[in-house]
Every structure is written in C-alpha cells, then in structure tokens.
Design a protein around this ligand. Structure first.
Ligand code: URA
Length: 213
C-alpha cells in the first residue's frame, strides 16, 4: 500500500476550518469539495491519458486527454462519501460513478455488511477511486476494496480526508497485496477514541455534511 499525505498550507487552512465545530454544514460541504479537488490532483498522477490532435487558434498540435475506454470509476461509500463526489467529478468529468453502501455488522463488529451496491459486474482494467472522508478503523475501506477486487479491480485509490494511525495500520495489514492500492489523505490524526471516532478529527462526517447534529 502507498500512503500519500498532502502537505500544503492551503490544505492546512481548509482542514482547520472544516474541523471547527462552529463551521456550518454549507461551508463544510464547500470545504470538502475543495479538499477533494486538491486530493484528486495527487490521486490521479497515474490516470490514463491518450494523445489527442487538436488545433489551437495558432496551429495544430497533439495534446492529451483522459482515455474514454476504459473510463475511470468513482465509488463513494455511502453515506458520507457522497459529500466528496461533487469535487471528484469536477476534476474527473469522464469518470463513471458507482455506489457502495456498507455498515458495520452489529453481530460481528469486525465485519461489514454491504446494504447497497450499484457497480458494474466487471471492473477488470478500470482505475477505481473509492471516496470516504474518514479512515477510522479501516474496516470499511478494506471491505470496499475487496468488494471491487472481487469484480476484477486491480488498481484502487482511496481518497479520505482524515485518517487514524490505527486505521492505516489495519489497512496495511489486511488489504490483499496483489491489489495496486493507494490512499491519499489530507491528514493523519492522533488516534481513535473508544467510540471509534478520530481524535481530534472533525466529528461525524455524515452528520456534519447533511446537517444532523
Ligand atoms: N466516522 C466519522 O464520521 N467520524 C469519525 O471520527 C470516525 C468515523
């Protein structure tokens, strides 16, 4: 697994406003979009492009455009991942969008239940981008990545806003090493608390995005 932690003063500024409990939902959503756009820049360094002949007002030239086939696919993990979708699709307008709903299995807390799935059956050869703002225990991220891998995905990049060291360790130890797997985050925080919230974190990302306090 490759971990990329963004190191930039603009990210620090936006993340600080995002964390502040007094930041209203509308501003929170805007900031998530902006941070995702900055993360996408890093996350798509290896995105496939192809030569594309065009004419500028001055002369012909061969430029580069995102490949049309196979298209990259963005997969938000419901519900909080939806808040990252707008920023990502703005940066990657040719991408297809799938959806994955996962929650903790209360009877087997280390396992995840997939309660919603809207994905192509075959992801062979597709560049997949999983989006989920909080990498807390890492359980959802591992389950979601393996869910994509069962459909043939071999190239998966996860974009999260904040990660806990415990979650990163869990992902490193449990992700199938045959998957080309990257994680891009804006910050790695101190720890998880006993309710599996990231400390200092930003609280419940879904509630803050969608206004449930
Ligand atoms: N999910 C959240 O929304 N926040 C956390 O701190 C951890 C998981």
């Amino acid at each position: 697994m490759e971990l990329h932690v963004l190191d930039h003063p603009l990210v620090d500024h936006k993340l600080t406003v995002l964390r502040d409990k007094n930041t209203p939902s509308a501003t929170f959503r805007e900031l998530v979009s902006e941070l995702v756009m900055l993360e996408t820049y890093e996350a798509t360094r290896d995105i496939d492009v192809e030569d594309c002949p065009i004419e500028t007002p001055i002369c012909p030239m061969v430029g580069k455009k995102l490949v049309k086939h196979p298209r990259p696919i963005i997969v938000p993990v419901l519900r909080a991942g939806l808040g990252m979708l707008d920023g990502m699709t703005r940066m990657l307008p040719t991408a297809e969008v799938g959806f994955l709903g996962m929650k903790r299995d209360e009877e087997h807390p280390t396992q995840q239940i997939t309660y919603a799935n809207r994905l192509p059956d075959d992801l062979t050869g597709r560049q997949c981008f999983l989006i989920d703002p909080m990498l807390a225990t890492g359980g959802t991220l591992v389950a979601a990545t393996h869910y994509l891998a069962e459909r043939g995905a071999k190239d998966v990049t996860a974009l999260c806003i904040i990660a806990a060291p415990e979650g990163i360790k869990f992902v490193e130890e449990n992700i199938d090493p045959s998957i080309d797997f990257k994680v891009v985050v804006c910050a790695v925080d101190e720890k998880l608390n006993d309710k599996a919230y990231i400390v200092p974190g930003l609280g419940d990302a879904g509630d803050r995005l969608y206004g449930v306090i």
